[in-house]
Design a protein around this ligand. Structure first.
Ligand code: 9GP
Length: 795
């Protein structure tokens, strides 16, 4: 620690010519970021040497998204020096929490998928497993959301400005990626070779983010690639006075890593997306193969020493890229290259939503990646022939990789990977029985399940230090090291003093959140009210609209039927994809309800609605510990798993949910008396869809639905969208909010009643915390390690 504080002082002197007494908060931040990064890099050096010596198998985790969250606190916490640093700073007049606030959230992801990848990096590192993450260094992460008159507006998020201090630039490992052009077969004295002509080269610059583990020697790396033009700008054009033309190719090259997920509702967006995917997969694969060859002088043993994990289909171009490298650069035959490839890749599917199962049109794809297209096409031809040869009664319309001039990336992943897994039991069953049933028939044993898990050290240890401290004192076990031991809490279920202490801690977190709400929205919320939370991406299938409809119902009852419910604060936070009009309308609706209630003194005594803008990891860390109710109300069968449900449970919130995704496993873990379940099951949803769902029938046949929707219309003041949304619910309602409304209402009433029995609620909350052990990312990643990757700890 002494050396750490000395290093900070030295950095301030050398970099800014300042002593610590004269330093600004911004300078302290920069010093802490750089010194922590360098300390981790030094640890990494020792760790990587041990890894190299042991020659053991490694995992490469490919993901277009890693939502890492703020890194500084996580690293100090993991290094076990957070309190010393805090004291050192406070002796010098600084508050560590204020320094933490300076760090931007690296928004390199959209939501659950990216956050999961980061939870897994943390968990695997803490358990000393060798993993490297690969992704893109987006200059602008997910947009900053601002709500203006209830409508979402998007602003660029320039996170690198302050976030760059955590990165290490590795100029020695730059890679060239080839786009467009043509490939020609050429006979040489060594046989048939592939020659690339007229292609556009783009350079991938590597930046490493150190990933620390909790109380361990391991340090893993997240490698992020940034795009750069090959050869800089065009001097000749510049000298001719063609200034903008001279930098055109540079700008095009840099656009690849400019922004997370460009909107893909037009061809230009799609083209950029394909380029992003190939850019980072090609750079990563070239790097992996080169390192492997350097270590072993052969690629024959690649699959023995390397697993490449494909996180959703976004990195699926890894597959043809490995084939390309093996054949075109290392002269392997097709058969040998294929044998290596299919033993190297494992794929996780994270969604069954049709619009998220990626497909690329051949016309768009082929010119950008001509050689890669040829390889995919050959994989497909051979796969179709193999199906015919084995005589399987297979439906090639459903299974072939290229169909109707579209390349289906999930099919490519299934055919080319040795393992395919879903992310909750229900989701994995749906994959096997429905979405990919024909594949499951011809590849018995290939499909498995690994239910998601969360990094409890961040989501409990760091986000809720008050609860962590209390549990540490109460349970004489190190649950931060091993979350399964938190089940010892069950012994205290009948201990009223423990229930009271847990309630007091919840209250502290609610007060902290209330302060944040006041500061950011101006709204005053009652910390004795039920904090009812729905925080996640805004998507219709997640049904924020159902939640909103319930609030409208309460509003009507308070106003016209003298209902005096137990006070409740409904807290929402969610970003909508910028091109998703209906999602934006739902945000507008929630904001309009909030506004109307706030203007009505009679109603606002009982209910309040808060929409917190710019949902991100650090905001989730504030909301989750304060939540009483966790709304997990997706249409059954649509949410692959969910992970917010696990984080909220771990912090003592009770789940109000459908039997969907990991909710089913939460239900099994806590038992039916400690959760509020409602709505149609996934089979019932399918049956109803097949019979033909008509929301209008629900509207006509249920007085409570009819009255609520009719009331909703009366709220429209011309500036709001109540009428529009009421029409949408009655005429379309694609995710069946109306079909589940009455049963949702029933559970909401039960929640209100139960909450008033403080002991009962406290016991239920305790049971949830105590049973959250199985949802740790340590458990989930251990399953990947044993069932899929077959890797060992670095010792
Ligand atoms: O929608 C799923 C979510 O249910 C799951 O928890 C998460 C992590 O597995 O992945 C989400 N999927 C995507 O974001 C896109 O496939």
């Amino acid at each position: 620690m002494d050396s750490f504080t000395k290093a900070i002082k030295r950095y301030l002197e050398k970099r800014f010519g300042n002593s610590i007494e004269d330093a600004s908060e911004r300078q302290i931040y920069q010093a802490l970021m750089v010194i922590t990064r360098d300390k981790l890099a030094e640890k990494r050096y020792h760790y990587i040497n041990k890894l190299k010596e042991s020659e053991q198998k490694r995992v490469y985790y490919m993901s277009m998204e890693f939502l890492v969250g703020k890194t500084l606190r996580n690293n100090l916490y993991n290094l076990g020096i957070e309190s010393e640093v805090k004291n050192f700073l406070s002796e010098n007049g600084f508050v560590l929490d204020k320094i933490y606030d300076i760090e931007p959230d690296p928004g390199l992801g959209n939501g659950g998928l990216g956050r999961l990848a980061s939870c897994y990096m943390d968990a695997l590192t803490s358990q000393e497993y060798p993993i490297t993450g690969f992704s893109i260094l987006y200059e602008f992460g997910i947009f900053k959301q601002v709500i203006s008159n209830g409508w979402q507006q998007e602003f660029p998020d320039n996170w690198l400005d302050l976030g760059k201090y955590g990165l290490i630039y590795r100029s020695d490992e730059e890679v060239e990626i080839k786009f467009y052009g043509e490939t020609k077969e050429q006979w040489t004295s060594d046989g048939l070779r592939i020659k690339y002509e007229d292609y556009t080269p783009i350079i991938a610059e590597p930046y490493d983010l150190m990933i620390s583990g909790y109380e361990t020697d391991a340090v893993n790396v997240l490698r992020l690639w940034k795009s750069k033009a090959s050869g800089g700008f065009n001097m000749r054009l510049f000298e001719q006075g063609e200034y903008s033309k001279s930098v055109e190719s540079k700008a095009i090259a840099e656009s690849i890593s400019k922004l997370l997920y460009p909107a893909d509702d037009n061809n230009k967006g799609k083209e950029l997306r394909i380029k992003q995917q190939y850019f980072f997969t090609s750079a990563s694969l070239q790097q992996i193969v080169k390192m492997h060859y350097k270590a072993y002088n052969t690629l024959d043993n690649l699959a023995e020493k390397v697993v490449i994990h494909i996180n959703d289909t976004h990195p699926s171009l890894c597959i043809p890229e490995l084939m390309r490298i093996l054949m075109d650069e290392y002269e392997y035959s097709w058969d040998k290259a294929w044998e290596i490839t299919i033993k190297t890749f494992a794929y996780t599917n994270h969604t069954i939503m049709a619009e998220a199962l990626e497909k690329w049109s051949v016309d768009l794809f082929r010119p950008i990646l001509p050689r890669i297209y040829t390889i995919i096409s050959e994989i497909n031809n051979r796969f179709c022939k193999w199906c015919k040869d084995i005589g399987a009664s297979v439906d090639l319309e459903e299974m072939s990789i290229i169909h109707n001039d579209m390349i289906r990336m999930a099919n490519l992943c299934i055919v080319s990977s040795y393992s395919v897994n879903g992310v909750s039991k229900l989701h994995s069953d749906i994959l096997k029985k429905d979405t990919f049933k024909s594949f499951n028939r011809i590849y018995p044993g290939k499909f498995t399940n690994v239910t998601n898990g969360i990094a409890h050290r961040r989501w409990l240890g760091q986000a809720n230090p008050e609860l962590t401290k209390y549990l540490n004192e109460l349970l004489e076990v190190d649950f931060i090291k091993d979350l399964s031991s938190i089940e010892n809490l069950l012994e205290y279920k009948s201990d009223e003093s423990v229930i009271n202490n847990l309630e007091n801690i919840k209250k502290i977190k609610k007060v902290q959140l209330a302060e944040y709400i006041k500061k950011n929205t101006g709204l005053t919320v009652d910390t004795n009210s039920i904090f009812d939370v729905q925080i996640k991406r805004l998507h219709e299938y997640k049904r924020q609209l159902l939640n909103a409809l319930h609030i409208i119902y309460l509003y009507k009852e308070i106003k016209y039927n003298a209902l005096k419910p137990y006070p409740r604060t409904f807290i929402f936070s969610a970003k909508a994809s910028s091109g998703y009009v209906m999602a934006k309308n739902i945000i507008k609706l929630i904001c309009s309800i909030s506004e109307i209630i706030e203007m009505d003194p009679e109603v606002r005594k009982y209910i309040k609605v808060v929409f917190l803008e710019d949902y991100r990891v650090s905001l989730a860390e504030k909301i989750i510990p304060a939540a009483d109710v966790s709304e997990q109300i997706s249409q059954a069968g649509k949410e692959a798993s969910g992970t917010g449900n696990m984080k909220l449970m771990l912090n003592g919130a009770l789940t109000l949910g459908t039997m969907d995704g990991a909710n089913v496993e939460i239900y099994n873990a806590v038992g039916k008396d400690n959760i509020f379940i409602f709505g149609l099951s996934s089979e019932e949803v399918s049956d109803l869809s097949e019979r033909g769902y008509r929301s209008e029938e629900f509207y006509q046949n249920s007085s409570v639905i009819k009255e609520t929707i009719d009331f909703m219309r009366t709220l429209d003041n011309g500036d709001s969208n109540f009428n529009y949304m009421a029409d949408y619910l009655v005429s379309r309602d694609p995710y069946m909010c109306l079909a589940d409304f009455e049963s949702y209402l029933e559970q909401q009433k039960l929640i209100e009643k139960t909450y008033q029995d403080r002991i009962k609620w406290g016991q239920m909350s305790l049971v949830n915390i105590a049973n959250s052990g199985i949802f740790s990312a340590d458990r989930a990643t251990s399953e990947y390690v044993k069932e899929i990757w077959n890797i060992k700890k670095v010792k």
